[in-house]
Design a protein around this ligand. Structure first.
Ligand SMILES: [Zn+2]
Length: 506
């Protein structure tokens, strides 16, 4: 087209140039605005869910009350809910909508042994002596994931958006015990992208490898008993095999990659010194920055077991306990989530909340920095050496990640202090922020096909470079006995503290 130079034409072009993107942004904003209204209107319902889960305090594979509440809430909110898939009674999958694109939220819901602690005071005072509890804050995931999904549903209905929004609460994350089974059962086959959700002390996302691969396995040696003084030459000592395996691995340590981690506990070490032990058992975790590297160490570990058995004349076997791939997070999705993080911003903390955080940090002998007030810029995260079994999901579908600011910086998880705040106003405000960022990010993934395409292309490159393989033996089944006895020991006492909540979104 010939260039025209009349001032009127230039003005028209200019007007269009500005109006078009603004119009698109306005539509997007309208959708997100609606999601935010739904979230604000239902903030109390959301924190009722999270608070109720806190007092359930259920350990992995025993999340019966928690998943029942989540099922009742999301069913009443118009979701199709399946409980008990992939041979796990507490496995939870909810969805709304139909067809593609399908975007799934992937959080966890389990508590930790010994975590019982009333909210509020930062002195050790368990609600139920030795009982389990939420000393990481997985209880907050229940409310945030449910309300974000509901807000997205409302937006899909109002704006005729096609596709499906799903929520997958995997059981027993603290023992990395379920997600590889979910992948094996095909839950993520028709999913276009997932977003991991986790409590944090900042508002943040990331990309690349976020944590470590882990393989958990239990080695058992079988020997022969004999009297330790009378005829020890007739015995075959299975605990000797355990010791030799331990020593053998220590010799190997020098020759492993600097990125490896390996730790063990002896779970059967004989009964008394004058009985040569016919059973010895040692439980190992091996980890590394990638699953192929972790697997390499694991294969060497098996050889060491074989050698230990040979040296002691015992027999050995190994039982797969659990495994996790490192979480792989898409840069494309991270950039999109980061925009929503910056749009939503941090909660407005009150002076009392800031003071509480500082006093708590001081009591815990941590830097008294208070609560964070600005979102974390993209790109500042390093690969953690811990593991989460939701990592497996990220090797079969492109993944995003979002941490929401619902805990006090410096107060580390997996100790009772982290159970002081998961039902506080700090946590509640952080949950509202988290639900908004999550809902907005899902709306982007549902409505911007180019975003999904780009994330998919990025995923293809990564997953070709390191093709996924499952560590789960074909005949392995989820361990449903996990934590059962422990949970049954405390549940009656814990029940006295249950909240009577029936959250309903509107
Ligand atoms: Zn966690």
């Amino acid at each position: 087209m010939q260039r025209r130079s009349s001032s009127r034409w230039s003005k028209t072009v200019l007007t269009f140039a500005f109006v078009l993107p603004l119009a698109c942004a306005a539509v997007a904003d309208e959708r997100k605005q609606l999601a935010f209204e739904v979230i604000e209107r239902n903030a109390q319902q959301m924190t009722d869910i999270s608070d109720a889960l806190f007092y359930f305090g259920e350990l992995g594979m025993q999340e019966f009350e928690s998943t029942k509440l989540l099922k009742d809430t999301l069913t009443a909110a118009g979701f199709k809910v399946e409980l008990g898939g992939a041979d796990m009674p507490t496995n939870f999958w909810a969805e709304y909508g139909s067809g593609r694109p399908t975007i799934a939220i992937v959080p966890e819901v389990d508590a930790l042994p010994g975590g019982s602690q009333p909210p509020g005071p930062y002195e050790r005072k368990p609600l139920v002596k030795d009982g389990p509890g939420h000393m990481e804050g997985h209880n907050t995931h229940g409310g945030v994931a449910s309300l974000a999904a509901f807000a997205v549903k409302q937006v899909m209905q109002r704006h005729n958006i096609a596709g499906t929004v799903a929520v997958s609460f995997g059981p027993a994350e603290e023992q990395i015990a379920s997600r590889p089974y979910l992948v094996r059962a095909g839950y993520f086959k028709d999913v276009d992208a997932i977003i991991y959700l986790h409590i944090g002390d900042g508002l943040t996302t990331g990309y690349g490898l976020q944590n470590y691969a882990a393989i958990s396995s239990i080695f058992t040696f079988q020997g022969k008993t004999a009297h330790g003084a009378v005829n020890p030459w007739d015995g075959k000592d299975a605990v000797d095999a355990v010791e030799l395996m331990d020593i053998g691995f220590d010799k190997l340590r020098e020759h492993l990659r600097p990125t490896y981690r390996a730790h063990r506990t002896i779970t059967a070490g004989g009964s008394q010194p004058n009985i040569i032990a016919d059973k010895g058992q040692i439980w190992w975790f091996v980890r590394d920055a990638s699953m192929p590297a972790a697997k390499e160490t694991y294969d060497k570990l098996r050889k060491i077991a074989e050698g230990a058995a040979l040296m002691t004349g015992t027999t050995w076997d190994v039982k797969y306990a659990a495994s996790a791939w490192p979480q792989l997070v898409s840069k494309t999705i991270a950039e999109s989530v980061q925009k929503n993080i910056e749009m939503v911003g941090m909660p407005k903390w009150s002076e009392q909340e800031q003071q509480f955080a500082k006093d708590f940090q001081k009591a815990a002998e941590k830097p008294t920095i208070g609560l964070r007030t600005t979102p974390t810029p993209l790109g500042g995260r390093t690969q953690a050496t811990s593991s989460n079994d939701n990592g497996d999901v990220s090797w079969v579908v492109p993944a995003g990640l979002m941490n929401f600011p619902a805990s006090v910086p410096g107060i580390g998880y997996h100790e009772w202090k982290a159970a002081v705040t998961p039902v506080s106003s700090i946590s509640h405000k952080g949950q509202v922020t988290g639900a908004k960022v999550l809902a907005a990010s899902i709306i982007d993934l549902l409505t911007a096909p180019e975003l999904l395409q780009k994330a998919r292309a990025e995923f293809e490159v990564e997953s070709k470079r390191t093709p996924y393989f499952s560590l789960v033996p074909p005949d392995a089944k989820p361990d449903l006995e996990l934590n059962r006895a422990e949970m049954e020991k405390y549940r009656v006492e814990m029940r006295k503290f249950y909240l009577d909540k029936t959250p309903r979104f509107n």
